[in-house]
Write a protein that binds this ligand. Structure first.
Ligand code: MRU
Length: 344
């Protein structure tokens, strides 16, 4: 099933905070509700945030009572501001909002035409995401060998995208092509996207998966229990890959142990005009660290630091797998893409 769907002015998605114990479908009919679902991480994962934000604007357009185009554009801009304040790090959210706003502004016609264009563009963004993930899977699967054990961090699967996944898309394609591979999923503290979501997806597909805590990565690499690392990304900038907190430590360990470290991400994740130092890293509330499954596990009033993402310098990245192929971050291949047909 697709993680997010649009039908007649209603967005249906899975509440990811409830997985894996409960598969609860959310029916969302306003941009405000959708923004709240992003903030609370019922909706999460960079490519999914892009598609969800686009659908948020589609909800505004579809349910608008605006009588003329300028009024609708004003409403769309207000919704865009609301959505942009939900989570700061994944660039996909900003990319899709700007793409929709540009399309709406350029549309010639009456208010109905603009509203229809916005809905159609959101549907296009979602459909493109699935297509890009399939291509990422095809390009990336050739990097994995029969018998490999692949370590992945956080959740970069169908739940983090519209469908199929980026890092898990690579793993899925390799598995479907008949390669006997195994996956090691890190727990991914503090919100357990690896333990709750990645293992859920892989078990559902029948792909062998072993769960470890984040602190076990060095040990299993030293024991030669990992052949490759494949992770997703929230933003790829000129000098780094920004992804879930803990990715940087895994990349340094992989480098130390001569293990290839691959990043799988679609074009909506690239932000090559920016450097790592210019990226806002989301800091989340202390309770995510001081509690476990709602139970307090720390002394009262302990100081907490809870950044949700980190930056991995490109020197630790073996290759970036995107829909146009496998790019080396150390040559100009990644950077020239931007100037040519990659970002028309
Ligand atoms: O905080 P989250 O769960 O939204 O973080 C998700 C990640 O860091 C993923 O690895 C990333 O978005 C890539 S998903 C294809």
């Amino acid at each position: 099933m697709r993680t997010i769907e649009w039908k007649n002015g209603i967005v249906t998605t899975i509440d990811q905070t409830k997985l894996p114990t409960e598969v609860l479908l959310l029916k969302i009919s306003s941009c405000k509700e959708l923004a709240e679902a992003i903030k609370t991480m019922q909706i999460r994962g960079a490519p999914l945030l892009g598609a969800a934000a686009a659908y948020g604007l589609a909800l505004t357009a579809y349910h608008s009572g605006a009588s003329h185009k300028e009024q609708l554009l004003k409403e769309l801009n207000a919704s865009a501001q609301l959505l942009k304040q939900t989570r700061p790090t994944a660039v996909n959210l900003f990319w899709s909002i700007d793409r929709i706003l540009k399309r709406a502004t350029k549309t010639v016609g009456n208010v109905e035409t603009v509203a229809q264009t916005v809905v159609a563009e959101a549907e296009k963004i979602a459909a493109e995401d699935v297509e890009m993930n399939r291509k990422i899977g095809e390009h990336g699967s050739s990097l994995l060998n029969e018998g490999d054990t692949i370590l992945t961090h956080c959740n970069a699967g169908s739940l983090a995208t519209v469908d199929y996944g980026t890092a898990l898309g690579v793993i899925r394609t390799a598995w479907k092509s008949g390669k006997e591979i195994k996956v090691v999923a890190t727990e991914t503290r503090p919100l357990l996207q690896g333990a709750r979501l990645t293992t859920y997806e892989l078990l559902r597909d029948g792909i062998p998966v072993t769960l470890i805590t984040d602190s076990m990565v060095g040990y299993i690499m030293e024991k030669k229990m990992v052949d490759n690392v494949v992770v997703g990304a929230d933003r790829i900038v000129k000098d780094a890959v920004v992804n879930k907190i803990g990715t940087y430590a895994i990349a340094v360990l992989a480098h130390t142990h001569n293990i290839p470290f691959y990043v799988a991400a679609p074009k909506s994740t690239f932000d090559l005009n920016r450097m790592a130092k210019d990226v806002v890293i989301e800091e989340r509330k202390a309770e995510e660290v001081t509690q476990f499954a709602g139970v307090k596990t720390t002394p009262r009033n302990v100081a907490v630091f809870n950044p949700a993402f980190d930056m991995t310098p490109l020197k630790y990245v073996t290759a970036i797998i995107c829909e146009v192929g496998v790019l080396s971050p150390r040559t100009s291949s990644m950077h020239t893409l931007r100037a040519h047909d990659y970002f028309p």
